[in-house]
Design a protein around this ligand. Structure first.
Ligand code: ATP
Length: 379
């Protein structure tokens, strides 16, 4: 069992005569066995939240419950929680075997034989049996990270906390380790919170994502919910790569009016927007934009191409509309030259609208409509 409840957590740091609210009123229930990702830009409070859960920082306000027990003020060693750090934090003078065994030696009264058995078993699981007698300095980054993970796993904790554990690895190894970590988490079934600023890791690894900004929770949901039904403009811009395009428009007389275009809305969308006249932000993902033949549609927008980035399977095309640059994702087989002009269309069913002032979502897509999955029909 590893049910973790974060209740109105607040952490304030004193910085001279200033105070920094690193985490603000965070309320998240993490289910037993869940893989939860914390994602957000640098300084949004991810690491501080993790450190409060581990007991490395003391919460200013709020509570942290593990299986219903209040652990907010418990010392780290008494919490049944293991943390894996970005820099591995291995003891350089100890072999991998000793590094993995260290926590068990310090926090349990296990016999030497039992510790050795557990270390061996964990090393086999992590594929590092041959490295056990080497010191960290003799290991590659990926191997050190496996040892660091082994050190957390061997303790069989209720909760794993992982703070950007893959960010020191090269891109290829990172992708491999990402899948391995997912498999490992599923096999062990241990509740895991994983911090990253990489939205690809956030989308692909976890059961749910908690998106933070400025110490505040912006949205808690499955990757697809956050992608198709973002709670606000911040989430819409943060999740998805390349990022969603945003146009500042004015809603008046049944149309969205931009300096470079006028977009007539359907009756159904107008009904959703009753009472919303005035400034709105229109959002459209790069892959949702359609290209039409020149002059074939009254609704198309002329978009001069400034730069193209062929990625192989897809090509990112950067176009200029008004004073802003926007991204269109095209099939890689379609060749577009810089200097030419595209006629682009924003399909209404894929459009997002946000309150221009607060950023709150006014209209979004729906996961079930977008993916043909009836979310409510899931058992
Ligand atoms: P990163 O992705 O860069 O690691 P983060 O989302 O993990 O960022 P935190 O490290 O949790 O962010 O920091 C949140 C805020 O709290 C930042 O403004 C940071 O400067 C501040 N902060 C963190 N630790 C301390 C500290 N010990 N003293 C003062 N301010 C701190």
């Amino acid at each position: 069992m590893g049910k973790l409840d974060i209740r109105n957590l607040q952490k304030v740091f004193a910085d001279g005569d200033r105070s920094i609210v690193a985490v603000d009123d965070l309320y998240i229930d993490v289910d037993d066995g869940e893989f939860l990702i914390f994602v957000g830009p640098s300084g949004c409070g991810k690491s501080t939240t993790l450190r409060c859960i581990a007991g490395l920082e003391t919460a200013t306000e709020g509570m942290i419950l593990l299986n219903g027990d209040d652990i907010t003020r418990q010392p780290p060693t008494e919490r049944d929680i293991a943390m894996v750090f970005q820099n591995y934090a291995l003891y350089p003078h100890m072999s991998a075997r000793k590094n993995i065994a260290f926590g068990l030696k310090m926090s349990t009264d296990m016999s030497k034989d039992e510790i050795e058995r557990r270390v061996q078993q964990t090393a086999e699981m992590m594929g590092i049996e041959d490295l056990l007698d080497k010191k960290p300095g003799e290991l590659s980054g990926g191997q050190q990270q496996r040892v660091a993970l082994g050190r957390a796993i061997v303790r069989e904790p209720e909760v794993f906390l992982m703070d950007e554990p893959l960010s020191n690895l090269d891109a290829k190894l990172r992708t491999t380790m990402r899948t391995e970590l997912q498999n490992l988490q599923q096999n062990l079934g241990v509740t895991t919170i994983y911090v990253t600023h990489d939205q690809t890791e956030a989308m692909t690894m976890g059961d749910r994502i908690a998106i933070l900004d400025g110490g505040e929770l912006q949205q808690l949901g499955t990757p697809l919910e956050c992608y198709y039904e973002p709670a606000n403009r911040f989430v819409a811009g943060f999740i998805g790569s390349p990022s969603m395009n945003f146009f500042e428009v004015e809603y008046a007389d049944s149309a969205l009016v931009h300096d470079a275009f006028r977009y007539e809305l359907s009756q159904a969308t107008r009904e959703e927007l009753v009472g919303r006249e005035g400034p709105l932000t229109l959002g459209i993902r790069p892959e949702s934009i359609e290209i039409v033949d020149a002059g074939s549609s009254d609704d198309s927008i002329r978009a001069p191409v400034s730069v193209t980035e062929p990625m192989g399977e897809t090509t990112y095309v950067y176009v200029d509309i008004g004073d802003e640059r926007y991204t269109v994702t095209l099939d890689g087989e379609r060749v577009v030259e810089p200097g030419t002009t595209l006629d682009i269309v924003i399909p209404e069913e894929k459009m997002h609208l946000f309150d221009a002032k607060t950023g709150e979502t006014v209209k979004s897509r729906s996961v079930s409509a977008a993916t043909n999955v009836d979310v409510n029909a899931r058992a």
